[in-house]
Design a protein around this ligand. Structure first.
Ligand SMILES: Nc1ncnc2c1ncn2[C@@H]1O[C@H](COP(=O)(O)OP(=O)(O)O)[C@@H](O)[C@H]1O
Ligand SMILES: [Mg+2]
Length: 351
């Protein structure tokens, strides 16, 4: 097991800056998830940790050893990708064993190690099959077992579940979490899926255009987003964000008026409210009044989209709420209100 330290890591392919001066330390045994939209530099960052890409600047340390100049095979990390890249002509057993042969691990150890890795991902009964005879989820588990069999210091996983269907993704997610708790190996995991990040991570690193927006526990990222980018990216539906002005401890936009902390400076600002922190109320007592655009039952709740001052505001309310489109409704806030700088998107209220 090992910690992974990045200091001032950048990668440029002129004019693209794929990763821009990233510094952080993933502690020994932790499960960190890098979350961000497509193209924000997640894969590039991961490939620099693996040694598959040479940084334009900065240093990578694994267990306090500078590995920046080392080849991938000298770093003792195992990568699992979105594409499983199994050898189709080899059995599951041989596929899992492959890294042991490549690394000249004594033959006498192979059988035991392959079987143990296969057990951990519940592939024990399938060792004689060929990849072509497996489901997508089983193939992904072979790829995992092939990483596990080496007992690497660090697992690097790049969107490993994105080729699986939604139901399988949920069960593999739980399996990955369980596996991490069993093995205790440091994991760096990359995804654009915020639910995956929230459920798997000890710490989420939110990335935007090659830079770190915020690092925090899933709870911190959700409850205390430091920028509008994080607020928008995490949570489904994403946080309601309304651009307006602050005046005398009130956020205002046209007829919208929401009380905000008195410490907030006057001027332009963006107000953020999560959909579960809004409740329908009588329009005459409401800070936000608008007309219902749509009402959607999602199972355990109803999402009501209200148009107020040209903004669509979504409230997550009780599943037995019935409102019709075109109906005039009021919304009141029953939870935190976030304020962001109108220009930079940074948080300006002191949460
Ligand atoms: N080999 C390369 N040459 C030039 N640009 C690249 C190369 N690899 C990635 N990029 C660019 O770097 C940026 C980050 O890519 P990537 O790390 O793959 O993002 P992500 O994995 O978050 O989707 C993108 O703009 C991408 O087009
Ligand atoms: Mg990628």
């Amino acid at each position: 097991m090992a910690s992974v330290e990045l200091s001032g890591i950048s990668k440029r392919w002129d004019p693209v800056v794929a990763v821009d001066d990233v510094s952080l330390t993933v502690p020994d045994g932790a499960f960190w998830v890098f979350l961000g939209p497509s193209g924000c530099g997640k894969t590039t960052l991961m490939r620099m940790v693996a040694g598959l890409e040479v940084p334009s600047a900065g240093m990578v340390r694994i267990s306090d050893t500078d590995v920046t100049g080392l080849e991938p095979q000298e770093r003792d990390v195992a990568m699992v990708f979105q594409s499983y890249s199994l050898y189709p002509q080899m059995s599951v057993f041989e596929n899992i064993r492959f890294p042991l042969r490549a690394r000249r691990v004594p033959r006498g150890e192979h059988d035991k190690r392959v079987r143990k890795a296969a057990e951990l991902v519940e592939l024990g009964g399938l060792l004689d099959r060929k990849p072509g005879e497996l489901s997508g989820g089983q193939r992904q588990r072979v790829a995992l077992a092939r990483a596990i069999v080496r007992s690497p210091k660090v697992f690097l996983m790049d969107e490993p579940l994105s080729n699986l269907d939604a139901r399988l993704r949920v069960s593999m997610r739980a399996q990955l979490k369980h596996l991490h708790e069993t093995l205790g190996t440091t994991v760096i995991y990359v995804t654009h899926d915020q639910v995956e990040a929230m459920t798997l991570a000890d710490r989420v690193v939110v990335m935007n255009a090659g830079r770190i927006e915020q690092i925090g526990s899933p709870r911190e990222i959700y409850d205390d987003p430091r920028t509008t980018f994080v607020a928008r990216f995490v949570g489904s539906p994403s946080m309601n964000l309304i651009s307006g002005r602050i005046d005398e401890a009130q956020f205002r936009l046209g007829d919208i008026a929401v009380a905000v902390p008195g410490t907030a400076d006057a001027g332009e600002a963006t107000l953020g409210i999560r959909c579960e922190d809004l409740r329908l109320c009588d329009p005459s007592d409401a800070g936000i009044v608008g007309t219902v655009y749509a009402s959607e039952l999602i199972g355990d709740a109803t999402l009501v989209t209200v148009v107020a001052e040209d903004h669509q505001v979504i409230a997550k309310v009780g599943k037995d709420t019935h409102v019709k489109s075109g109906e005039r409704v009021g919304l009141e806030t029953i939870g935190p209100r976030f304020l962001f700088d109108a220009a930079t998107g940074g948080r300006v209220d002191s949460a």
